[in-house]
Design a protein around this ligand. Sequence first.
Ligand code: BGC
Length: 716
Amino acid sequence: MLLAGFIGCKSSGKTLNENEAKIESQIEKLVKQMTLEEKVGMLHGNSKFTSAGVERLGIPEWHLSDGPHGVREEIKRDSWDAAGWTNDSCTYFPTGTALAATWNPDLARKSGKALGEEARWRGKDILLGPGINIMRTPLNGRNFEYMGEDPYLVSQMCVPLIQGMQSEDVAACIKHYLANNQETNRGTVDVLMSNRALHEIYLPGFKAAIQQGNVYTLMGAYNKFRGEWCCENKFLMTDILRNELGFKGVSMSDWAAVHSTVETANAGLDLEMGTDSAYNRYYFADKLIDAVKNGKVKESVINEKVSNILRVMIETKVIGENRKKGAFNTPEHSEAAYNVAKESVVLLKNDRQMLPIQPEKIKTIAVIGDNATRKHAAGGNSSGLKARYEITPLAGLQSRLDKTVKINVAQGYEKQSQIFWDKGMVLKEDKAIQKKLAAEAVEVAKKSDMVLIFAGINHDYDTESADKPDMELPYGQEQMILDVAKANQNTIVIITGGSPVNLSRISEQVPALVWEWYNGSEGGNALADVLTGKINPSGKLPFTIPVSLNDSPAHAMGNYPGKNLTVSYEEDILVGYRWYDTKKIAPLYAFGHGLSYTSFEYSDLKAEVIPSDNDQLVQISFNLKNTGNTDGAEIAQVYFSDPKSSVQRPEQELKAFKKVFLKAGESQQVSLQVKATDLAFFSEQTNKWVLEPGDFEVRINSASNNNRLKQTINIK
Ligand code: BGC
């Protein structure tokens, strides 16, 4: 059935199925009954996290909440102060980088469902997440909320997460559209990039979320893109979002990211949130009514925006019946958080098989470092949570370690920083205290059989509104770790963080190194289970850890954080491993790296190209065997390399992966498919995807820098 143009994008000449047509006609009826004032009332915040409904027509107020890794503490309607509720302490889920490090889409779906249930139970209609910006620089304060440096991994993980959330009648909200890749000057910086980088690196996550995940809402970013604010950028908000990607949902602004009425309304944004003024003085309030009345914004444009909101309301049953009611803090939610945490821990290095800890062989263990006891849930700013509980690494170890093992605790280092919303992070280093704590740690290490140092960063560094000042470990940690490692050969370092830190010297000096994330309510239990061998580590890095900051693309090119408030992405498509591999810069730990307590053998690669409807398929199969004595999981990664091309291509690109669980000694035939069209590049000349026929190399890797099998195939 075809409907007339009134409803907007969804019905503009496209064939709708019966259900869609029913929804569109319901929307049309509602909009026709609304006054201009009522319509505009739906297009801007009427409290910090709600927008108005139209009571007489049965349209309720819309309730939004941060996001992304839990449902934020309830705040007052008109201020950022806590509302003081006693029943809003939520389950804290591992943050974006942790989820991405599992490389397990099934876990993303399950945590999405749990997040959706928690949001529903709290009466929310939209949960503001996931955040899917690409990690362009190790310094971005919000890297921890996002899913790493590779657009394919981001896409594979965000789609099931969104689907899981939305299955609970809650809308997900992908953010921050687009190119909010740094917090420094985020509200003023103008981002310039090529159309190729846009399509190959920065858009694919959004595209997958829209086209595969059917995400209901999207948040426009604070920054400018090619000279115009993202939220009033017609190219982004209409040409790309609606016309190219086919988005049918609601585009909202980030909080106070709108700067104009007419331009923003005509560019395509639907909903203005967070502007710092009385609600009727928002750009999309009285001024928008005036703009319609004096003909600068057509009423049909308003109708479209309202229709987009109503469509999401109907699809999530905000309007309608039998809406799911959700659930809060259930054992299943804790389990979902635990499962992500246990599969996210990355074993970076394990010389002398230091790990897992063998309690029968040790009597004393030193636990050193502020991150052994620090809780992280509340940090990071808008994503901060009031968690019902958070198991710290020390608490996890205390519950998991045999009572015969004595734990000697030392502070090791002190958090000598504080984060302020308006000033950013203030670091007050006290070298005398650093020395004293390091000396105490050395003494404790000397009298222990084994040492675990819980080091890294915290949300003074990994945070919204400020980037990290550099990639170094703060508070004198590096020296302390080196001193302790010298005093006790059996020193294992566990790094907490959501973005790369400089581990070059530490990695040389300690036999074992583990990467831990902001890992949710169950983080400490999961980590203790990995350290003690109950769980075999199976996480892999969703980003590269470079030897030094200047090795990384944006910094090597000198285009971070930009000049005169403009940042030009001159590294272009060479982001993350695409840069390191192409430029032959060896990373300290590569994208996709992660060890296991067992070993895996890859063999018998067969890759063939077969025709399929309007495309060709690369059918890939190989054998994977667990050759050790421990059950475990391997993440096999399929990269493609295009050795001959009319344009520069990255050395290789991730196009498929599979996490395979194998019992000790077990083997499995792994089969994967990649569409030939997925091997195309985006041409600057034609503004289209181009697939050049010829040879491609298929590489089966266990990390971006660790090739196990390869074969050349020919695409016609
Ligand atoms: C953040 C968003 C967040 C919003 C509401 C903004 O500062 O950038 O990610 O959803 O605040 O708290």
